[in-house]
Write a protein of this length. Structure first.
Ligand code: NAD
Length: 361
């Protein structure tokens, strides 16, 4: 029986990227589980932002800092002295990575070196979960679900930088946090988590389907869509977060065999095209769309993840299908624009999700 409450209650958790979409949801959940949280990230750069909507600044230790500033990161990490680190800080957008490859590599590659180096300098950290992406695999554009030991790659700078992040983690694990030397030369277990396209309330990033759609409907505009036939593994935001929490739990419990990489994706029926998801969004939320026929920089067209390893080894399983994920997501935005208390609403979404997985509580 897995007990998330028992493991995270009172634990000191350092979250990078806590001001972002997934980081904010993770902090809210960890707070609910009773963790003592320190977040390290740039200040929010979207208006609105879920971090501000949930007033997370008042609920956790909040540090504004650049992941590329090793001295500051190292100082803050050693001062907080966490049990576990969840590393989410990143430049996470493919189109932006074409516009700013240097910034993308600096943040995503130097960033992971910095966090792992800071952990190396702070011997008390017991566990690190590095959040990468399904896009870290060398994409063969075939109807094939990628497994954890498949070749890494990445065509665009974002995907490629996340493959690099995987390689950096692997090198640090082999060189400094080798599982053979655990408890002899070091006390830290490190893993990576590869998740697919996440949807959920409070994402206000540019160039992402759901946020773009919500904004277009709100402004009474028609959404312009690219890559309508692209196939993606869509999942509700709490699904991969549950994976990160379970993986973190295994590492905190010193299960050395789990210091490795895990895929967290949806079931086959939720791996659908952009077109299919748009039809579903329109049926719930209204709105209209146009297809952008201009040529855009390359983006993977076909992406599927094999999730057997996480299901077998972590007892992690997808909870919602894509329709429920869309329903939960759109109800969040609807509630926000109706002026509802979003802290309570978001906690209710976590509670509802937890009920479905009551065995882990
Ligand atoms: N959202 C998705 O669909 C998805 C899918 C797969 C993987 N991921 C990964 O999950 C993580 C979180 O993604 P998100 O969707 O919440 O993104 P987001 O853009 O909402 O959040 C990114 C966070 O990183 C921080 N950050 C960016 N550059 C930084 C820097 N130089 N120094 C310090 N902090 C910096 C931001 O301040 C923010 O807190 C990323 O690592 C991303 O690659 C996201």
């Amino acid at each position: 029986m897995i007990k998330l409450l028992e493991i995270y209650k009172g634990k000191k958790v350092f979250v990078t990227g806590h001001t972002g979409f997934k980081g904010s949801w993770l902090c809210l959940w960890l707070k609910f589980l009773g963790a003592d949280i320190c977040g390290y990230a740039l200040k929010t750069d979207t208006e609105p932002s879920i971090f501000n909507i949930l007033k997370l600044k008042d609920k956790i230790k909040h540090i504004e800092g650049n992941i590329c500033d090793f001295d500051k990161l190292n100082k803050e990490l050693s001062f907080f002295c966490p049990d576990i680190v969840f590393h989410l800080a990143a430049q996470p957008l493919v189109p932006q990575s074409y516009k700013a490859p240097l910034e993308t590599y600096r943040t995503n590659v130097l960033g992971v070196v910095n966090i792992l180096e800071a952990v190396r300098c702070n011997h008390k950290v017991k566990a690190v979960v590095n959040v990468t992406t399904d896009k870290c695999y060398k994409n063969k554009e075939k109807d094939y679900a990628y497994k954890e030991d498949d070749e890494l790659g990445g065509y665009d700078p974002y995907s490629n930088s996340k493959a690099c992040s995987e390689l950096v983690t692997s090198s640090y694990r082999d060189s400094f946090f080798n599982v053979q030397d655990f408890r002899i030369k070091h006390n830290t277990l490190i893993a990576t988590a590869r998740a697919g396209n996440v949807i959920g309330g409070g994402d206000y990033s540019l160039d992402r389907l759901v946020p773009d759609f919500v904004k277009a409907v709100k402004d009474n505009q028609c959404i312009i869509l690219r890559n309508l036939n692209a196939v993606r593994p869509w999942q509700f935001v709490l699904e991969p977060l549950l994976g990160y929490l379970l993986l973190g739990k295994e590492l905190l419990e010193e299960k050395v065999e789990h210091a490795t990489a895990y895929n967290f994706g949806p079931r086959e029926e939720s791996i659908i095209t952009v077109n299919e998801i748009v039809q579903e969004l329109v049926s719930i939320y209204g709105g209209s769309y146009k297809i952008d026929t201009n040529k855009h920089p390359h983006e993977a067209k076909l992406l599927k993840l094999d999730i057997n390893k996480a299901e077998k080894e972590l007892d992690w399983h997808p909870v919602y299908g894509v329709k429920e994920a869309i329903k939960q997501t759109m109800s969040w935005y609807k509630a926000y624009y109706e002026g509802i208390n979003m802290l309570e609403f978001s906690l209710d979404q976590i509670l509802l999700f937890q009920k479905k997985i009551s065995k882990v509580l």
